[in-house]
Design a protein. Structure first.
Length: 579
């Protein structure tokens, strides 16, 4: 979940590394730091945000540097626990993303040999192990140490007396950018877009040396080649472009994202893994899991194929799913729990499909086939356009498996999103902003949307919010309802409408303030809703897409009204790369 950035080239490295770390801020962090090779090794690190800069940074002339944004796992956020970490002599520095599971025994062993530790982190054990092996060849030293590390790592190392940066990856993402007379490493391709569109994705077990002339890679002690890939994202896509927050920018990009993803998939040949499917198991985390639940409803309704959605971190505790196609859903392609689930499915000889937004990511290399979302880079921690892109992929799958029943709905879906963007949600925001708790309810495919709406609200407003199937409210949650707990009810026209109206009336009878998203012409809803937000009166797909956007906007505007840091909610990371 941390951010890593390294530069070696002809330019002064320190300001470039700081700028690269700022590109990675969205991943979530509590401290940061960098190490620069000048005449000697210089390290500067701080708890807090990168805006707390030192004038000394701009004075550093070294052309090699590594940097890190830390999200605390071992040891509290502090200057001492921030990366980079150095050896006893202060001549070797490393930055590390991941978790070293056997760090405690390594620390005891190293301490017994006289090594002095300055932090509580697992990472510091690595640099002291390298110190014992380093005699002028940092690559050999790192290679000698890696077999002793149990767990996951993406790491960069530099040392006095050594030209180059040594990089290694196992279980955590690391990508190398190749530019003219410079080589850059980062934990996410978005941080490289200011410098290059040519990248190399390291695979698990790879070790590399980075020089201005380019990288050299090894695997298992032998030289290897990895393909240089061209990134089709433009640097403008990671800039705000006049919006107040990335989240709002990405919400407004959704009509284009949905249309681009859907039309690209419909123009491709149907993958073999989607032919003769008898059952599907989806594995995902967070927002991707909510999208997977929605996929379950859609595919079962339109295709009569059994589907189950599993939380990826729980997948290991279930029996393998028969002969199901296992679909791994991960925006980044690097979500640790989802990758573990994908590996388990492969171990049991299941056909596998990855749904991801990142070419070259780990998920694409593990799965038998990949369906790409065309969401572009998503910077805000709260996922919005990636959720809509996932829905586009799932609607495509349902269309393929149903023999084209959803084609017209898919082709017009962007229109429903665009119309939702025009809605005024200020009355709903006023009702929600002072709540201590909020409930979101729905039925059928709108139940997963209730879960997603609650997730968005709690993520960025810090208001406690829960999503429920509307019929479950009477089975316990009713005890929590009061005038101080508004309910957001998803009540579109259709089969579930009468039951939803009944549920809403029961809540209203208890004095609950109600935001209802449904038929704007319904007199029943007008009579009971404190705020009525109209949904399209077309098909289910249009209502689902419109409700998705409205729930995102409700959370966004409520967070802004409360003065929250919308793009960087506390304690959260964009890409969860540790289990």
């Amino acid at each position: 979940m941390c951010g890593i950035f390294g530069y070696i080239g002809e330019k002064r490295a320190a300001p470039l590394v700081l700028a690269g770390l700022q590109r990675l801020e969205y991943r979530g962090y509590d401290s940061f730091g960098l190490a620069v090779l000048d005449r000697d090794l210089w390290v500067w690190k701080k708890e807090g945000r990168i805006s707390r800069q030192s004038p000394e940074v701009s004075r550093r002339r070294g052309r090699t540097a590594i940097g890190h944004t830390r999200w605390a796992t071992h040891g509290e956020p502090s200057d001492a626990n921030a990366h980079p970490h150095t050896d006893c002599k202060g001549s070797i520095a490393i930055v590390h993303n991941g978790i070293i599971e056997n760090y405690a025994s390594l620390r005891r062993e190293l301490s017994s040999r006289g090594h002095a530790f300055r932090s509580e982190t697992d990472t510091e054990a690595i640099v002291h192990l390298i110190e014992e092996q380093y005699h002028g060849d940092l690559l050999s030293a790192v290679m000698a140490v890696l077999p002793r590390l149990e767990g996951s790592y993406a790491l960069l190392a530099i040392a006095e007396g050594y030209e180059g940066i040594v990089a290694a990856r196992q279980g955590s993402p690391l990508v190398i950018g190749i530019s003219d007379r410079a080589c850059i490493a980062a934990s996410d391709v978005t941080a490289l877009l200011d410098h290059t569109d040519r990248v190399v994705y390291l695979e698990d077990g790879d070790v590399a040396t980075l020089l201005p002339s380019g990288p050299a890679l090894w695997h298992g002690g032998e030289p290897v080649r990895r393909p240089v890939q061209k990134v089709d994202w433009a640097v403008e896509e990671v800039r705000l472009g006049g919006f107040a927050h990335y989240m709002l920018k990405e919400i407004y990009e959704q009509p284009s994202v949905f249309s681009t993803t859907a039309r690209a998939l419909l123009a491709e040949d149907v993958p073999d893994v989607l032919k003769d499917v008898s059952g599907i198991t989806l594995v995902a985390c967070g927002t991707s899991y909510k999208a997977s639940l929605l996929c379950q409803y859609l595919v079962e309704e339109y295709c009569s194929i059994p589907v189950r959605a599993e939380i990826a971190s729980e997948f290991r505790y279930h029996a393998p799913p028969g002969d199901d196609l296992v679909v791994a859903v991960t925006q980044s392609g690097e979500t640790a729990d989802t990758l573990s689930a994908l590996k388990r499915a492969r171990m049991h000889n299941h056909a596998t499909l990855a749904v991801t937004n990142v070419l070259g990511s780990s998920a694409t290399r593990l799965a038998d086939h990949t369906l790409f979302m065309r969401a572009g880079p998503e910077i805000s921690v709260a996922a919005t356009k990636s959720f809509v892109a996932e829905l586009a992929v799932f609607l495509y799958i349902a269309d393929v498996l149903s023999g084209g029943r959803l084609r017209s709905s898919i082709l017009s879906g962007h229109e429903a999103i665009g119309e939702a963007l025009l809605q005024d949600l200020s009355p709903a925001v006023e009702l929600c902003r002072d709540a201590s708790s909020l409930f979101f309810v729905g039925r059928g495919p709108f139940f997963p949307l209730a879960l997603e709406g609650a997730l968005k609200m709690k993520e960025i407003t810090y208001i406690h919010a829960e999503g429920y199937a509307a019929g479950e409210i009477k089975h316990g949650p009713f005890a929590l309802l009061s005038q101080g707990t508004p309910v957001v009810a998803l009540c579109p026209p259709g089969e579930s409408f009468p039951a939803m109206v009944s549920n809403i009336r029961e809540m209203k009878a208890r004095g609950v303030p109600l935001v209802v998203m449904g038929d704007g012409e319904s007199q029943e809803l007008r009579d009971i809703a404190d705020v009525l937000v109209p949904l399209p009166d077309g098909d289910t797909v249009s209502a689902v897409l419109a409700a998705t956007v409205l729930l995102q906007l409700l959370a966004y505007h409520t967070a802004v009204a409360l003065g929250r840091d919308v793009d960087k909610p506390r304690n959260l990371a964009k890409s969860v790369t540790v289990e």
